[in-house]
Design a binder for this molecule. Structure first.
Ligand code: AMP
Length: 413
């Protein structure tokens, strides 16, 4: 039976896009899509508060594809894209490009990702062909511009994705330099998970009378994700993590570490416990990161250890558990981290391993989200439970949560 895409049709999308949506089997648009698509189709600038996991990528790729396919301009010339999408990380650039390819499969539009960390020569060759949509991290884009490989004077549509992260990563000057090269008459869309005053100022410097949308209040977590904290002595964290992994045998976990070095050390130690685990962080080559992510996605690796930056934008369907091996110093990162689970109607679990020095960070997070994180003490792993105010003492491992069978990767079935 073919998927009913009438709700998408009502937003004004053309048949070539509706056919591609039908192939994905989405039954209805997400709130950010319902709110964003008609405005983008109309040519309006957009300021959108939306996190990863809300369907925001399709919220801009679908209408951008439509506008480009309908534009009467002459054909795209080599090295002169008509749409530029700026992303903070290579992973996000790759995912956005995948989205353009998925939804644009019945349209004659070409998209290409360019990002640092890989040899520039192949990207040089690729941009010599006509590319309609260029998805880029700022530094690599400027390299290609400096080398006269890419010209930005034909950009009709600019998208800045994860603007908050762009600023956090210090890309402001690069972006300002890029903006100077764009035609002033263009459509601009900006997406950000959070909205500080800095982001607002930045947004208004590049948007023109934007339509504003917000799909979830800032800094909220989903009700579908259960949050627990285990107080644990620092020296026992690794042993507790290994126990949690074994108790929930087979379930995949995305584990967050604070530093690249810490992530590597953790991987080494978990391997000694015969756990299949890989790391993804900024010191890994692009090839190694892509491979690790692919192995995690296809289920052949159970545990992926990541740093905040490397994990940004990673989209894994049906991820059952996120573990904060170390508590983030920036509370917003906690919200981003655990936003990887409890998506698309599935239940999720966020586990935080908190040592005594991190209790304040946990309380900061609770202040930010306005939610209390359940303290669960696991016997034998802590001597300081009163400091955390533990409410539950758990002697038996909790029963493993299982994804629905049809959702599990083949290796688990
Ligand atoms: P994003 O917020 O763009 O990272 O998207 C999160 C996930 O939602 C991706 O895996 C998309 O494939 C998926 N998605 C996007 N739109 C829909 C939709 N209308 N219905 C169901 N899933 C969707």
């Amino acid at each position: 039976m073919s998927t009913d895409v009438s709700e998408f049709a009502r937003l004004g999308l053309v048949p070539a896009l509706l056919d591609a949506i039908a192939d994905t089997h989405y039954s209805s648009p997400t709130p950010v899509q319902t709110q964003a698509i008609p405005w983008v189709l109309r040519g309006s600038d957009l300021l959108a508060a939306a996190q990863t996991g809300t369907g925001k990528t399709a919220g801009f790729t679908l209408p951008v594809l439509q506008r480009l396919s309908e534009s009467t301009k002459s054909r795209t010339k080599p090295g002169q894209p008509r749409c530029l999408v700026l992303t903070p990380t290579r992973e996000l650039a790759a995912q956005v490009t995948e989205s353009f390819k998925t939804y644009g499969k019945y349209l004659p539009l070409k998209s290409l990702a360019v990002f640092g960390g890989v040899n520039i020569n192949s990207q040089r060759m690729a941009t010599r062909k006509p590319v309609d949509i260029l998805i880029a991290t700022p530094g690599r884009l400027l390299d290609l511009v400096d080398q006269n490989i890419v010209r930005l004077n034909s950009i009709d549509i600019l998208v800045v994705d994860e603007a908050d992260r762009m600023l956090d990563m210090g890309f402001i000057h690069e972006i300002q330099n890029i903006l100077k090269l764009l035609p002033s008459k263009r459509q601009s869309l900006l997406f950000s998970a959070t909205f500080s005053d800095d982001i607002r100022r930045f947004a208004h410097s590049l948007l023109n009378n934007p339509h504003e949308i917000s799909v979830s209040p800032n800094n909220t977590t989903t009700e579908l994700t259960e949050q627990v904290a285990h107080l644990v002595d620092k020296a026992r964290k690794r042993a507790l993590l290994a126990k949690l992994i074994k108790d929930r045998s087979g379930l995949q976990m995305l584990v967050f570490a604070k530093t690249k070095h810490g992530a590597d050390r953790l991987v080494e130690k978990l391997r000694k416990d015969n756990i299949t685990v890989l790391a993804i962080h900024g010191d890994k080559s692009q090839g190694a990161r892509t491979k690790a992510l692919a192995k995690f996605k296809d289920g052949s690796v159970q545990i992926l250890v990541a740093t905040d930056l490397a994990a940004r934008g990673i989209d894994i369907e049906n991820l059952p558990i996120v573990v904060n091996y170390e508590i983030p110093h920036v509370s917003e990162n906690y919200v981003h981290r655990i936003g990887r689970t409890g998506r698309a109607g599935n239940r999720g679990l966020a586990i935080s391993l908190v040592n005594i020095d991190e209790i304040k960070l946990l309380k900061d997070i609770e202040k930010l989200t306005g939610e209390t994180i359940l303290r669960v003490e696991i016997e034998g792993f802590t001597g300081h439970s009163e400091a955390l105010g533990s409410t539950i003492v758990e002697k038996q491992p909790r029963p493993a949560r299982r994804r629905r069978k049809k959702d599990r990767p083949p290796s688990e079935k």
